[in-house]
Design a protein around this ligand. Structure first.
Ligand code: ZN
Ligand code: ZN
Length: 620
């Protein structure tokens, strides 16, 4: 007998039997890693790619033919995938020369004609459409199968879909009622000549109805869809998840239907649509139905492909935070700052005393400090707690069972964050508990200069984000250095720590979304020396109007307000490289941190943390 945990042979054999069955009749089967909502993090029941391949990384796609099983993943996961995949699998290293992407593999490496099966709920519509066109040109077809073949193999051992309690977030935290949000979305529908929007992203549904849950780790969301038309709103959810108060107010605003009914209702949308004339002429306007770019192929097919326009007005509305949300962000970042001061002062003392501490043990201590804070609702992602060479691994997280001991003579990088009812935090600080090398100091100083450049940047509305991204890299480029990640991502309000569509970086999506006042973003330049050390300095903040003496072209000028309140280690700064403005910025930031964070530390009588804060916030 094969051990099911370690080898995938029997699972693949069962899958191939299903592929051959008359009702399926496919020679190739695609197993994407996402869920029906294109969530960044997924629940265990949606871990199909991990189940079939044993590879547990967050990114990767499996393509299984009758004779071969391939796993496609990127550079972050080569090592992990090669350890987890057994001999039934071929690892296709994405980004390496001459290795095909999974789409190229389907186009060029499988025999044609070929029927390629996929669960259409798990593939974003634009991706499926483009693949389908390419396969058609080869005489093959992308076949949407209504049953998920991996689920059939998984059978009764597949974990159930989570059903966490869903609760209402009051207007004191959201700043806007659901009525107001629905009204705004309906105005958008009119503006866009649209009849309805199908909301498929989990954070968009949560935002729209002022509800939160905990179906997915780190993201306070729950499994649901919504349809908002010019006249009605429907929430598709397992009704039992709604707590008493949530159910009471939703009932007045929207009809509640079972989660599974979404596709049937989406299909009936086209018929339900009554042409209404919004223009002066009486002729009926062809009204569109809107879905998100990340909505599934199944949803697109259900709605009817010709009539839709792919855009979600909900995502755009959610991205602009209101004054209550912004005030919440300010408050939770000050509380978060107190936990960071407790943690980093504790850690420094432990290391100085020669206590042996692993990266994982340290991360747990930080979680402990945060969990005592008001309005705390859990972490916003897995803590990155890393020492020395591990700091250079951008998506590193320490293994609970074995992680490195934090060393006094190496850089320590900690990227962490939490969920609070009034906001979400995400902060990175880099420390050295001994004597840093001149190479480390120089790189840290250049990263800091990039961070300051973004924090202080004043720019006209509509400026190319690429240009703004360059501000963060300018100081590093002078040294011939750079980093391989974006400079900033959107941050949700007590929602996902990575929130689209706004961001700063080289991604195309970012450049399609001009920054606007009220958008919350991270500012996180870094530098990584493989095998040696890594540096990142990350604050979260909000885009706000800038007070400029002039208004050239009346474009409106914007700047950034930081929320994050944690010292930046001056021991790692080469002051001689800083301009006087940069020096002033650092001193002003530190006095602001001390002023805002020390009162709450005083309240709980944290002498060690207060001493530490005073030392780290001292002027240079
Ligand atoms: Zn971060
Ligand atoms: Zn971040």
């Amino acid at each position: 007998m094969e051990d099911e945990q370690t080898t995938t042979g029997s699972k693949l054999a069962a899958l191939r039997r299903l592929m051959r069955k008359d009702e399926n009749d496919v020679q190739t089967y695609i197993v994407p890693s996402g869920d029906q909502h294109s969530s960044e993090y997924t629940a265990d029941c949606d871990g199909r790619r991990a189940f079939i391949s044993n590879f547990t990384g967050s990114a990767g796609i499996a393509v299984i033919t009758l004779g071969q099983a391939n796993l496609f993943t990127d550079g972050r996961y080569f090592l992990q995938a090669s350890q987890q995949l057994d001999s039934n699998w071929t690892l296709q290293k994405q980004g390496i020369k001459d290795v095909p992407t999974w789409q190229e593999y389907l186009e060029k490496k499988i025999p044609h004609p070929n029927r390629v099966g996929v669960d259409p709920r798990l593939l974003p519509a634009p991706e499926a459409e483009s693949l389908s066109t390419k396969l058609k040109m080869k005489g093959s077809s992308l076949v949407p199968l209504s049953a998920n073949l991996v689920d059939e193999v998984w059978g009764s051992s597949r974990p159930p879909r989570p059903a966490s309690r869903v609760f209402a977030l009051t207007n004191d935290y959201t700043g806007r009622s659901v009525e107001e949000k629905l009204k705004e979305i309906r105005e958008k529908l009119k503006e866009l000549d649209a009849y309805a929007v199908v909301v498929s992203m989990l954070d968009e549904v949560a935002w729209l109805f002022n509800l939160r849950g905990s179906d997915i780790a780190y993201n306070p969301v729950f499994f649901a869809y919504a349809i908002v038309s010019r006249t009605d709103a429907t929430l598709f959810i397992n009704e039992e998840q709604l707590d008493e108060s949530a159910r009471a107010y939703i009932k007045d605003l929207a009809s509640i239907k079972p989660y599974e009914d979404i596709l049937a209702h989406a299909a009936s949308l086209s018929d339900a649509r009554v042409p209404i004339s919004w223009s002066v002429s009486d002729s009926a306007i062809e009204q569109k139905i809107l879905i998100s770019k990340l909505a599934s192929w199944a949803l697109l097919k259900a709605i009817g492909e010709e009539e839709i326009s792919i855009a979600s007005p909900v995502a755009d509305a959610k991205a602009i935070k209101n004054d209550v949300e912004i005030e919440g962000f300010r408050h939770c970042h000050i509380r978060d700052g107190a936990a960071l001061a407790q943690y980093f002062s504790w850690l420094e003392e432990q290391i100085a005393q020669g206590v042996e501490l692993t990266e994982y043990q340290a991360a747990e201590k930080l979680e402990g400090f945060r969990s005592k804070l008001d309005l705390y609702r859990g972490l916003s992602f897995t803590t990155i707690s890393s020492t020395g060479p591990n700091c250079a691994i951008i998506h590193y997280s320490p293994d609970p069972k074995e992680s490195a001991a934090i060393k006094r003579d190496q850089i320590y990088l900690c990227d962490s964050g939490a969920q609070y009812l009034d906001g979400t935090t995400d902060v990175t600080r880099t420390w050295h508990f001994g004597t840093p090398s001149s190479e480390e100091i120089r790189a840290f100083t250049r990263v800091l200069q990039g961070h300051i450049a973004i924090d202080t940047c004043v720019f006209p509305q509509g400026l190319s984000i690429l240009l703004r991204d360059a501000f963060a890299r300018r100081a590093l480029w002078k040294e011939g250095l750079d980093y391989r990640h974006g400079t900033g991502h959107g941050v949700g309000h007590f929602l996902n720590v990575h929130e689209g569509p706004q961001g700063v970086g080289t991604r195309i999506a970012y450049n399609e979304t001009p920054l606007k006042a009220g958008m919350t973003l991270s500012n996180e330049p870094g530098y990584y020396e493989d095998g040696k050390f890594g540096i990142r300095i990350e604050n979260v903040g909000v885009v706000k109007p800038a007070q400029t003496p002039n208004q050239f072209d009346e474009r409106g000028y914007l700047t950034f307000e930081h929320f994050t309140m944690c010292p930046i280690q001056t021991k790692l700064v080469d002051v001689s490289l800083l301009t006087s403005e940069e020096k002033e910025w650092l001193n002003a930031y530190h006095s602001e941190v001390y002023e805002k964070v020390s009162p709450s530390l005083q309240k709980i009588g944290e002498a060690l943390a207060i001493e530490w804060l005073k030392k780290e916030c001292a002027a240079i």
